[in-house]
Write a protein that binds this ligand. Structure first.
Ligand code: C5P
Length: 399
């Protein structure tokens, strides 16, 4: 199984075996990939756009002149962890080898630094033609993985090498390219997740809508990258993660006391938990009667990150999260930058939670604020993908 939520771009060119990529797409999704399909114009003669949209569950763009305002060839080139082109025709191999960019797919390939896997499928004469062989060797020299086609029966009666390979061959190449990165090996990382609850009486509490999904995704991603992860979970109802130590807490005060003990031992703290800003001043041992439940005295909770800043040693990295309800990106950046400074953070992720968005969802959207002012706008992506992007930033800060 691959880490959940990795983004993969599936290019499809105009060969009869394009229909086999429908099954490939399904299997990629089963493995946890979010797949954007980019069919070439010729391939639409074999499998139509509607099929790709229905199967991928995502909008499919087929040319350079749609959605121009979002510059899709650049955003898709950046967003995807891997480009897989199956089937790849002899013509597309030639275009890629000569660096041409005259349609959406070839533009994306040229603009992307992601690993690229090519799955040629064509008649044996075309595959064995010296022109095709030369193109394949150019692409291999440039780091493309070109999978050898299978032997067997072609579309007509002819037999030879050129068939769309068995899917297991494609998956083992993907596995090899996306081998787990161990850039956090030897690092101890604390991740806080969920939302604190501040009890009012034995029945009621002050809480918030944080589900813990983002914190759990971060813990999984950090563990996958080799970190020794301590997850401090505040009321999150999510399955445990293999190999990750978990401490369950309920209130902000408990969270602070666990962090005061644990933070000095870690390389980085990712504070994704939503901490209640206040607790009741007088907890009632008995359930407060309905008629007496009118007002509450509140006491401000400690700002945990402010306390962490006081004990932070040089080399330790602290990442904060913020949930804001301002739909203007520049305001999110302003609010995030102020918080990053006031809490002495190295990185901050500001979620735009207008209308209850993001809480409980598998996807997120916002902006990463960096203490070096290299902010990154995050379009709607999965919480798993955001985790990897944030960890990339964290790794570069850890040095
Ligand atoms: O100031 P605000 O609550 O928006 O900041 C959010 C960040 O601060 C989160 O990372 C949250 O975990 C942390 N926080 C904290 N102590 C509090 C409230 C929030 O550490 N009392």
């Amino acid at each position: 199984m691959f880490p959940r939520g990795r983004k993969l771009l599936l290019g499809v060119s105009g060969g009869i075996s394009a229909y086999k990529s429908c099954e490939l797409l399904r299997r990629l999704q089963d493995q946890g990939f979010i797949v954007d399909v980019v069919p070439t114009a010729a391939s639409l003669n074999f499998v139509g756009k509607a099929t790709w949209e229905a199967l991928s569950g995502r909008k499919v763009i087929t040319d350079l002149w749609s959605d121009v305002e979002s510059v899709p060839h650049i955003s898709m080139a950046k967003e995807n962890d891997l480009i897989l082109i199956a089937p790849t025709t002899a013509d597309l191999l030639a275009k890629l080898a000569s660096g041409r960019a005259d349609d959406l797919l070839t533009n994306i390939v040229l603009a992307s630094n992601a690993p690229k896997i090519i799955v040629p499928a064509m008649h044996p004469e075309m595959w064995l033609n010296p022109a095709t062989s030369a193109n394949v060797s150019i692409l291999r020299d440039r780091g493309f993985v070109v999978i050898e086609p299978d032997q067997g029966r072609m579309t007509g009666l002819d037999v030879g090498v050129g068939r769309y390979p068995d899917l297991s061959k494609i998956f083992s190449e993907i596995q090899a390219k996306l081998q787990n990165n161990s850039d956090l090996a030897g690092r101890r990382i604390i991740v806080t997740a969920g939302g604190t609850r501040e009890p009012i009486d034995p029945v009621r509490y002050i809480g918030n809508r944080s589900s813990g999904k983002q914190g759990f995704a971060l813990a999984l991603a950090a563990a996958t990258r080799g970190a020794n992860v301590h997850l401090i979970s505040a009321n999150a109802d999510l399955p445990e993660i293999d190999g990750v130590e978990v401490t369950k807490i309920e209130t902000a005060t408990e969270l602070l006391s666990v962090l005061e003990a644990e933070f000095p031992k870690c390389d980085a703290l990712i504070m994704s938990a939503a901490v209640a800003d206040a607790r009741v001043s007088n907890y009632s041992q008995n359930k407060i009667k309905k008629n007496d439940f009118e007002t509450m005295d509140l006491t401000k909770n400690p700002d945990i990150l402010a306390r962490i800043a006081e004990i932070k040693k040089s080399g330790q990295i602290v990442v904060g999260f913020a949930a804001e309800t301002d739909s203007k990106s520049e305001n999110l950046v302003k609010l995030g930058t102020e918080k990053l400074r006031s809490k002495s953070l190295d990185l901050m992720y500001v979620n735009n939670v207008t209308d209850g968005a993001i809480f409980g969802s598998d996807s997120t959207q916002g902006v990463i604020i960096d203490s070096n002012e290299k902010n990154i706008d995050i379009p709607e992506i999965s919480k798993d993908t955001l985790s990897d992007i944030l960890l990339d930033q964290l790794v570069s800060k850890l040095g």
